[in-house]
Design a binder for this molecule. Structure first.
Ligand code: SF4
Ligand code: SF4
Ligand code: FES
Length: 757
């Protein structure tokens, strides 16, 4: 007998039909009936711990838990009647035995499921005459989270998130009965890229974010709904604002791109906009000093410099990977109309990303039989993509292979390949659906990925490619024309301009008059800081649009204060090629302009007509559509960019990404001090032993005359041998000082006492 695919039942008198296997808690939603839950969560499944979800099922002698009772044919269910209400009342009375009634000072007040269900189903007064169990409050669980042990109802959502979603297994329930508490298994701080999600999952005020404590009530927040602009994933995000400041960001549970999760960068890097170092007025370099000027003067000076240039060939513009799609279209239209062909978005290490190559969807990643992570893994650069990979590996049994110096993430079982040509040998017969997740840094690897895709396609294997970076709109910047060889939609240009490396070379050779950076900080992010500095020193007029004085903008001739992504409306294109909406939660601060307003003002000064808002919208749609179907591949020579890193003998330098590194927003967000990476150098243990170093040693790393000093040595068994890893884009230890072919030399300065002890 085959099992029917659907069952029919009645819930509170309403007939519903649901797929076989549906839990009553889900079936009730179809009848628009609400069953209260604490431990159940649709992404974590049932746990049967709290019993608040009691329902009556006709024919069954006792009340049943709706979260773990499967709907069956002909079932008659009551989610609300006197018997159910009595049962729930008893459960709530039990949960309140030791729960403190400190709602007035609890951050969850107003959005707490315990508060709500006690109001809906509980009793008016307590029958308890004994004192409540007292437990520690405001326990520091880690850098981001505070635990109030008294408020915990031990639903274990946090523990199950840590086990079933991140697979990190650091949270546990300790002790028993009235004494049970949430803690870390090792008694070490709770550290996870995804820690903030537990504050949303916690149905009560037991887990709260340090950054949101006592900041606002839910009803005092105004909410903007959009997407996170802090890496290439573009997770759906709610931005809560009170009195002109962002109080918190929250996930959007139904957002498909993020699966309803946020990483801690998207959740906690929100306060930089209020930092007192934020630029509020244009600055112009006069006698070696940056002095304040008006916007009219600033735009006039820029226009004058452009018009005074001997030729548009002596003008270049870089950046765009952090702009909105429409702003990118304006940027490239303005400079192309002016006549300059030298445009490029690739101001960081990623030399190649974009539409023609990002040929995988989230669904393909989810269904992949094998996922091949090449280079810097998304666990370092685009965390929520890494969660999607973990889901594919743990739930759908995808095989994970990592290629390069780093593992794909410590909590995920994986195979390691030193080189990409070893990958094919690791794939079992019958592997047909493959997705590469590539960092886009080394074009040679891009070509090898392209070759494998071509070879495999003739054997019935499909292989998509996703390019994951910390840059929010790399895909859009390239697809919309900030590229020296392509206009919007990968329209080939009659002749190519200079790419970023060529622009810096021309600058150093004295062949450029004006260079502008648009949301870019290449002194920190480009492979070789000295090349950028030398170029900037020789270009007479350098413009930087930015929020802060960064390592690059502080060297500019003209610095223009612009709006952050929280202050603009528009769209950015994520690594899946989806145009993600960004909604301004805040107005543009006094003294700053949006990038779009800056470009329009410059265009007016130059008498260049830019497309109006309506044309930009249709241009964007057409260009993105053309980009999605562009017959390009990561092997395409024009797109492939240059391999910038020369070969180096001996110890190899590997640059890790970190979403909390950088010289802009994260460096100016004082509320995330504890999350910023420290200057470290990492070695694989056997390599460290061979070189005679121990963990905790303070070291300097030299390459020729250049050095990065005061790095604390760490050991990591997942790092490749004979490699030393530094965090890229770290202002206090800029790894891009060490670029080149000179051998690396590691020198101990002292062993830190606390580690040595
Ligand atoms: S801390 Fe919150 S989520 Fe974790 S078990 Fe307690 S009540 Fe549940
Ligand atoms: S993964 Fe990226 S887009 Fe998503 S929340 Fe984190 S930083 Fe934002
Ligand atoms: S929600 Fe059903 S037992 Fe907790």
């Amino acid at each position: 007998m085959t099992m029917a695919s659907e069952v029919h039942l009645k819930i509170d008198g309403i007939a519903v039909t649901v797929p076989t296997g549906t839990l009553l808690v889900e079936a009730a939603k179809q009848a628009q009936k609400h069953i209260p839950v604490y431990c159940y969560h649709e992404k974590l499944g049932p746990a049967g711990l709290c019993r608040v979800c009691l329902v009556e099922v006709e024919g069954m002698p006792k009340l049943q838990i709706g979260c773990n009772t499967v709907a069956t044919e002909g079932m008659v269910v009551h989610t609300q009647n006197a018997k159910v209400d009595d049962g729930r009342r008893a459960i709530l009375e039990f949960l309140l035995l030791n729960h403190p009634l400190d709602c007035p000072i609890c951050d969850k007040g107003g959005e707490c499921d315990l508060q709500d269900y006690v109001m809906a189903y509980g009793q008016d007064s307590s029958r308890v005459i004994d004192g409540k169990e007292s437990k520690p409050k405001a326990v520091d669980l880690g850098p981001t989270i505070v635990l109030d042990e008294e408020r915990c109802i031990v639903c274990q959502r946090c523990v199950r998130f840590d086990e079933l979603i991140t697979h990190e297994r650091s949270l546990v329930v300790k002790d028993r009965g009235a004494h049970d508490i949430i803690a870390t298994a090792t008694d070490q701080p709770y550290v996870s890229q995804f820690s903030g999600n537990v504050t949303e999952l916690c149905p009560v005020g037991a887990l709260t974010s340090k950054t949101y404590r006592f900041l606002s009530r839910k009803w005092d927040n105004h909410r903007a709904v959009g997407s996170c602009a802090q890496c290439s994933v573009g997770c759906g995000i709610n931005v809560d604002v009170r009195q002109g400041a962002i109080t918190r960001t929250m996930s959007i549970p139904e957002d498909v791109t993020s699966d309803g999760w946020l990483c801690d960068r998207g959740r906690y890097v929100i306060s930089f906009g209020d930092d007192q170092r934020r630029l509020r007025t244009p600055l112009y370099r006069h006698r070696e000093q940056l002095v304040q000027v008006t916007w009219d003067d600033a735009i006039g000076l820029w226009a004058q410099a452009l018009q005074a240039s001997a030729s548009p060939q002596r003008v270049a513009a870089l950046g765009g990977g952090r702009l909105m799609n429409a702003e990118i279209l304006q940027l490239q239209a303005l400079f192309r109309s002016f006549g300059t062909p030298h445009l490029d978005w690739r101001v960081g290490r990623s030399q190649q990303a974009g539409a023609g190559r990002a040929t995988a969807s989230l669904a393909e990643l989810d269904r992949a039989q094998a996922i091949i992570v090449v280079g810097v893994p998304p666990s370092q650069s685009a965390p929520v993509l890494d969660l999607a990979i973990r889901k594919a590996v743990f739930r759908h049994k995808a095989q994970l292979i990592s290629v390069g110096p780093f593992g794909a993430g410590s909590s995920v079982p994986q195979q390691r390949a030193a080189r990409i040509d070893e990958v094919a040998g690791l794939l079992p017969d019958g592997t047909e659906r493959i997705v590469f997740v590539w960092d886009g840094i080394d074009p040679q690897l891009g070509r090898e990925i392209a070759n494998l895709r071509t070879q495999w396609s003739t054997h019935g294997r499909s292989a998509g490619v996703l390019v994951a970076t910390t840059l929010s709109n790399a895909w859009g910047a390239e697809a919309l024309g900030m590229h020296p060889s392509f206009g919007p939609g990968y329209q080939p240009l009659a002749s190519s301009g200079l790419d970023t490396a060529g622009i810096f070379a021309a600058g150093r050779a004295g062949e450029l008059d004006v260079l502008s950076f648009h949301g870019a900080n290449p002194v920190l992010t480009w492979h070789d800081a000295s090349i950028v500095r030398e170029a900037l020193a020789r270009i007479p007029f350098v413009v930087a649009t930015d929020l802060f004085l960064t390592q690059t903008s502080e060297l500019a001739t003209l610095v223009l204060p612009v709006a952050s992504a929280f202050e603009r409306n528009g769209t950015m294109t994520n690594l899946f090629g989806q145009a993600r909406p960004i909604e301004a939660g805040l107005p543009v601060p006094d003294g700053a302009l949006s990038d779009s307003e800056v470009l329009v003002a410059l265009a007016q000064a130059l008498k260049i007509a830019l497309p109006d808002a309506a044309s930009l919208t249709s241009l964007e749609e057409r260009a993105l559509e053309a980009a999605r179907i562009a017959p390009l591949d990561c092997g395409a020579e024009q797109l492939a960019g240059r391999r910038l890193a020369p070969d180096r003998p001996g110890l190899q330098l590997a640059l890790a990404a970190n979403v909390f590194a950088g010289g802009g927003t994260t460096a100016h967000d004082t509320r995330i001090e504890a999350l910023r990476p420290l200057p470290t150098a990492t070695l694989e243990p056997a390599t460290a032993q061979r070189l005679g170093f121990v963990a905790g040693t303070l070291v300097d790393l030299h390459a020729g005359a250049a050095s990065v000093k005061n790095l604390t040595l760490r050991l990591d068994a997942s790092l490749a041998p004979d490699t030393i890893a530094l965090v890229a884009d770290l202002p206090q230890a800029p790894a891009n000082l060490l670029f080149g072919s000179e051998p690396l030399r590691l020198e101990a300065t002292r062993v830190l006492e606390e580690v040595a002890a």
